[in-house]
Design a protein around this ligand. Structure first.
Ligand code: F0G
Length: 368
């Protein structure tokens, strides 16, 4: 490739819209707003595979390495491109943090304003910083995510305002590309797809992606969809709205998910399950993944790993891997980067007392 050809190819978008254009609601006249999202690592984990046993293979889809550190970017590139095409002047979203970080970044890229409505005091520090640095208008409300989304639904009816929450079908369309990537890499769908469940858009999107690929012959099978909610914020598991959801995994602190019905249908159609994981199980899984595979995810991101552990060993698990068909392929999606939410782990970090700047002292401190 000549230097000029290389540069002109770089100037084109390299994100999920370019890769999966034929499956997305875009045309040649859609202005593409991209930060090069997608193509995230699908990491084989020998250690998780050994935990499951029976010759099963476990892969971790690391969505934390997207441009703003979460899977939201896949949906945001489509939602923002379409909003610009329709002439929107401002983006608006409710968020537990990641949607607002992503919306703010894509709005900056597109040169459009962005308003984010957030539950006061409940957004991880890194995510709030992202919304700020990208120049979003930040409104904190005295209420939770469900209240924020209710307000956004109303405000979104105004002209020139585009809602970029997952109630916008363009978001779901973009997010289904994660399922495409998994099938493209594995050569078929996995037997099991594990995901955290919050507002329930992502599980809905994965199922749409798997079905679409299956429908056009790109995969032979469909996975069972296994969704995991935090124990204090588990409306789908309990089949009732949770008025005051509570969990350390602030990203999935949601009591009345917008895509509740769609996710329930996906789980039922796929012969999957929904289960819950405690905050302690979530943090244990987060630290386990960081220490054993070098992948640092935020607490909500670790819910699928906590779910996998539960399926492997817990007596009260809704689905047990003890009887899992031999050689099953399992994909756990980890949804957001660990650096977004430093506070949850800082409390556990041992404080180090400085030693003298001396080789001997350092050796002694290392116990060598
Ligand atoms: N994991 C992370 C890191 C998230 O930020 C979210 C949702 C989920 C999982 C759950 O995905 O909502 O599609 O079921 N975060 C939204 C937000 C609600 O506002 O950032 P879901």
């Amino acid at each position: 490739m000549s230097m000029n050809a290389a540069i002109s190819s770089l100037k084109q978008s390299r994100g999920v819209i370019e890769r999966y254009r034929e499956f997305l609601p875009v045309s040649d006249s859609t202005p593409i707003v991209s930060l090069g999202e997608g193509t995230t690592p699908l990491v084989y984990s020998a250690k998780l595979s050994a935990r499951v046993g029976r010759g099963c293979e476990v892969f971790v889809k690391n969505e934390g390495v997207n441009p703003t550190g979460s899977f939201k970017d896949r949906g945001m590139t489509v939602a923002v491109s379409k909003a610009i095409e329709r002439g929107a002047r401002m983006l608006i979203c409710a968020s537990t943090g990641n949607t607002s970080a992503s919306a703010a970044a894509y709005a900056a890229r597109a040169g459009i304003e962005c308003a984010v409505i957030l539950p006061a005091g409940k957004i991880a520090r890194g995510k709030l910083l992202q919304a700020f640095v990208h120049g979003a208008k930040i409104i904190a409300i005295d209420g939770n995510f469900d209240d924020a989304l209710r307000i956004v639904r109303k405000l979104g009816q105004r002209e020139n305002l585009a809602i970029v929450n997952s109630i916008n079908p363009d978001r779901i369309a973009g997010q289904k590309t994660a399922a495409f990537e998994i099938v493209d890499l594995l050569g078929d769908a996995p037997h099991f797809q594990l995901l955290p469940l919050g507002n329930a858009g992502n599980l809905t999107a994965y199922w749409a992606g798997y079905r679409e690929y299956h429908g056009n012959g790109r995969s032979k099978k469909l996975p069972a969809m296994l969704g995991f909610q935090a124990a204090g914020a588990a409306p789908i598991f309990h089949d009732k709205i949770i008025e005051r959801p509570e969990t350390i995994a602030s990203a999935i602190r949601i009591g009345n998910p917008a895509s509740w019905k769609q996710a329930r249908a996906a789980i039922d159609q796929s012969k999957g399950i929904v289960d819950l994981v405690t905050d302690e199980e979530i943090i244990d899984a987060q630290i386990w993944l960081a220490r054993h595979e070098g992948i640092f995810v935020e607490p909500a991101g670790a819910a699928a790993i906590a779910g996998l552990f539960k399926c492997c060993s817990a007596k009260d698990a809704v689905y047990s891997f003890k009887k899992i068909p031999k050689g099953s392929r399992i994909v756990c999606t980890v949804t957001g980067h660990g650096l977004k939410d430093p506070d949850v782990l800082t409390a556990r970090m041992e404080t180090t007392t400085p030693v003298a700047a001396d080789e001997e002292r350092v050796l002694r401190a290392l116990g060598l």
